[in-house]
Design a protein around this ligand. Structure first.
Ligand code: OAD
Length: 250
């Protein structure tokens, strides 16, 4: 076991306000690639400018909607891993004690919710709720792959995935709630994120500035590793269950 786990664990069981930020790394053990992995990451194989911007959708809605729909269908087959499950359990235990718990994610796969986490703040939207670019109507898609790309709204408009693209603002209410939790918390966990995409990465800095203790869980160092209290190098699906066991003894 990483020697930092016994040192961080008591804070998990005693902090009155806990905030957690997750990134793509927490879902790799569920079979979903990250964005920045040099070989298997999304952005190693696809140019984000051609897929993840409003301009890309406007110029090639078929390509963009097909790519996101394929991701939706792939994610639908994936299951939460022990990292997601540990966070759902942490929420249940802290809230049962009357303590505050906020889970903020950059992920669009909804695996936290499948694992049982509630009131998850989705900073980058999700792959399931698609929106008409003409009339704004949103529909949650639970079925199989679409039969036409881009999918069409009743009004005739093109429908796009409900994810936040580069160049778009984060959802205002969600980001404000995330920022508030980062500033209020005593303990902040940064899990499976490269900490390079802002404004999400700024939440870690807000927590540090406000005086929170920060635990980072990642097999690799990040630009913020030197600034956190505990930088635990390991996979979240392994480290989080160990941390929970050390903190709560189960
Ligand atoms: P990245 O792909 O940038 O980083 C994933 C991080 O997860 C890396 O630091 C890996 O070292 C780490 N990692 C890999 N396997 C892990 C494991 N088993 N346990 C823990 N960590 C692991 O993903 P994000 O930081 O989430 O935005 O990227 C942020 C945003 O950039 C995404 O939300 C997306 C992307 O472009 C948009 O699409 C708007």
């Amino acid at each position: 076991m990483d020697e930092l786990i016994p040192s961080a664990a008591p804070f998990l069981s005693s902090a009155q306000r806990i905030a957690v930020l997750t990134g793509a790394g927490i879902s790799t053990e569920s079979g979903i690639p990250t964005f920045r992995d040099a070989l298997k990451g999304h952005w190693a194989n696809f140019d984000p400018q051609k897929l993840a911007t409003p301009q890309a959708f406007a110029s090639d809605p078929e390509l963009v909607s097909r790519w996101y729909d394929q991701r939706r269908c792939e994610c639908a087959l994936c299951r939460p891993n022990p990292g997601h499950e540990a966070l759902a359990q942490l929420q249940e235990m802290t809230e049962a004690d009357g303590r505050e718990f906020t889970l903020i994610t950059q992920n669009v796969d909804r695996l936290h919710q499948t694992a049982g986490s509630t009131e998850v703040i989705e900073l980058h939207g999700n792959l399931w709720v698609w929106r008409c670019v003409s009339c704004g109507k949103e529909i949650e898609e639970k079925g199989p792959a679409f039969t036409q790309y881009p999918p069409k709204c009743d009004c005739g408009g093109n429908r796009r995935p409900g994810v936040v693209w580069f160049g778009e603002a984060l959802p205002r209410v969600e980001f404000a709630a995330a920022e508030r939790a980062a500033r209020r918390c005593e303990l902040f966990l940064s899990i499976g994120t490269s900490s390079v995409v802002y404004p999400a990465a700024g939440l870690i800095e807000s927590a540090i500035t406000a005086g929170a203790k920060v635990v980072e869980i990642n097999p690799e160092a990040t630009p913020l590793s030197d600034q956190v209290e505990w930088s635990i190098r390991g996979k979240s699906g392994e480290v989080l269950p160990q941390l929970m066991k050390e903190a709560f003894g189960n």
